[in-house]
Design a protein around this ligand. Structure first.
Ligand code: IPM
Ligand code: MG
Length: 360
């Protein structure tokens, strides 16, 4: 039976993972999808338990699973730690060790949430884009890195490095995705300054020859940050390097209403998928039943689609989320300050989605 490893992590991670697990259990009952769960520690929770943000045995258990569903990592308690020992290192390590180089972050506006964005409804209505972020290379992993004393001064260094194989394989994922969508791909880069981006432009152009049906454009990352605010509907699939994708996907999430809505899938060649909400651990609201579980629930829907070959169940989960929102249920992040809309907690929101699924 396919097994899903739950890694709730830190902050609001356990609360949203719990809600997503409840939805997956409802899917098992309702759609006869076969699956069972394992659970482990990652991030700060793992540091507290065993001194490392990702223990080797958890990684081994992940390898034995079909998919991993992760909550979030990090929090102020672990801020004093050096970069190498922080909770985030656990997340970076599991992505790298499982070879999950393709991070898919779909940003879609639910009709019921058009008014929840900080942008005007006429700009937001109909946004449906997919950020394809390279996830295991670039400046996140490049060597040399570190802080050293040079001539009596502290000096810090990170290295942005990509080879053509890494670029071509993520470009292929993006072209394939665009081929299944509106057939428009925008490559985002900083080639007016960075040689690394110049290589990306060259390799993406080469790969494009195999996908004549997809319209390819290139856009500088600074101007993309602006264009996403000006005319987000113009974009279908965006492909970009690790750091640019990290930044642009938070922006894409926010224009659709809330960071609390954006799911993600991280895929590779090994067959295991890792699914996680794009939002972080939100320590300010952790443990107060105030988080929005919908990004985690929508990540579970991506898991059903990409790792369990259950596209109908995935669609049912998405429709249940849309239904709950059009019924007017809102977590706090989806309600403008000062608005009198009644607020659902994290658990209640998860229960609403389960009830919708069961009524479908
Ligand atoms: C994300 C997060 C992570 C990243 C952090 C927590 C390491 O911001 O998934 O977008 O930068 O990749
Ligand atoms: Mg991020």
């Amino acid at each position: 039976m396919p097994r899903v490893l739950l890694l709730p992590g830190d902050g609001v991670g356990p609360e949203v993972t719990d809600a997503a697990r409840g939805v997956l259990e409802a899917v098992v009952r309702r759609f006869g999808v076969d699956l069972d769960f394992d659970e482990g520690l990652i991030g700060g929770a793992s540091i507290d338990a065993c001194g490392s943000p990702l223990a080797d045995d958890v990684l081994e258990r992940a390898r034995a699973c079909r998919a991993v569903l992760l909550g979030a990592v990090g929090g102020p308690r672990w801020d004093p730690l050096p970069v190498d020992a922080r909770p985030e290192k656990g997340l970076l390590r599991i992505r790298k060790e499982l070879g999950l180089f393709a991070n898919l972050r779909p940003a879609r506006v639910f009709p019921a949430l058009v008014g929840a964005s900080t942008l005007r409804p006429e700009v937001v209505e109909g946004i449906d884009l997919l950020v394809v972020r390279e996830l295991t290379g670039g400046i996140y992993f490049g060597e040399p890195r570190g802080i050293a004393l040079v001539d009596g001064r502290r000096e810090a260094r990170n290295t942005m490095v990509y080879d053509e194989v890494e670029i071509a394989r993520i470009a292929r994922v993006a072209f394939e995705a665009a081929g299944r969508r509106r057939r428009e791909l925008c490559h985002v880069h900083k080639a007016n300054v960075l040689e690394v981006s110049q290589l990306w432009v060259m390799v993406v152009e080469e790969v494009a020859k195999d996908y004549p049906e997809v319209r390819l454009s290139h856009q500088l990352v600074d101007s993309m940050a602006m264009l996403l605010l000006r005319s987000p509907r113009d974009y279908d699939v965006i492909v970009t390097a690790n750091l640019f994708g990290d930044i642009l996907s938070d922006e894409a999430a926010m224009i659709t209403g809330s960071l609390g809505m954006l799911p993600s899938a991280s895929l590779g060649e090994g067959g295991i998928g890792l699914y996680e909400p794009v939002h972080g651990s939100a320590p300010d609201i952790a443990g107060r039943d105030a988080a929005n579980p919908l990004a985690a629930i929508l990540s579970a829907a991506m898991l059903l689609e990409h790792s369990l070959d259950a596209p109908e169940a995935a669609r049912a989960v998405r429709e249940a989320v849309a239904g709950v929102l059009s019924d007017g249920h809102r977590t706090a992040d989806l309600v403008p300050a000062g608005d009198a809309t009644p607020i659902s907690g994290c658990r209640a929101m998860g229960d609403h989605v389960v009830a919708k699924l069961e009524a479908a």
